[in-house]
Design a protein around this ligand. Structure first.
Ligand code: FES
Length: 181
């Protein structure tokens, strides 16, 4: 039996096979869910609210109990990378708004870039002094008028890991509760 899934709005609606994780289903329907820990169950950035069809989903994993508070669980939140669609039927979920979850490193960098651009020079200097990882040469260049460089450096430092992954790597990251013995 297939699953009729609505992900957020009417634009993102489709039929998904049973056994699909909500995270993969989101991608198939063209929904970009942030995934700071790359699907390891170590953050909450992929959190979604289940509006209809909770009984179609796998049981809560240990990672979900750890990352989501009792209040969030009671409100119907699940971690998309940890939640498998196990039964067919109608399912409706929506991503948790950014203001209600932790921000990703990429989001933090984007925010910082915007903030930095708008800072007066004195505050820019003070902010630069806080970046221990940035060398004096790079800092000087940035202060001299290349603020984009700073954001780029931070981006490299904070989010410098690849997103590509093989099917085997993905399987290895699945919740231990879902692995075959
Ligand atoms: S991507 Fe981190 S818990 Fe799902």
């Amino acid at each position: 039996m297939s699953v009729n899934l609505k992900f957020g709005d009417e634009e993102h609606r489709g039929v998904i096979a049973e056994g699909t994780y909500l995270w993969d289903a989101a991608k198939r329907l063209g929904v970009h869910l942030p995934a700071e820990c790359n699907g390891r169950g170590e953050c909450d950035t992929c959190a979604v609210v289940v509006e209809e069809g909770m009984t179609l989903l796998s049981s809560l994993t240990e990672a979900e109990r750890t990352r989501l508070s009792p209040e969030r669980l009671a409100a119907g939140e699940r971690l998309a990378c940890q939640t498998k669609i196990e039964r067919g039927g109608d399912l409706s979920v929506r991503p948790v708004p950014r203001t209600e979850r932790n921000e990703t490193a990429d989001e933090a960098v984007r925010d910082f870039r915007r903030e930095f651009r708008e800072m007066p020079l004195g505050r820019k200097m003070a902010a630069l002094a806080e970046f221990e990882a940035v060398t004096a040469y790079q800092t000087l260049n940035a202060v001299m008028s290349v603020p984009g460089m700073i954001g780029g450096k931070i981006l490299d430092l904070m989010a410098g890991r690849g997103r590509a992954m093989s099917e085997r790597e993905r399987a290895a990251r699945r919740p231990s509760e879902h692995r075959k013995t």
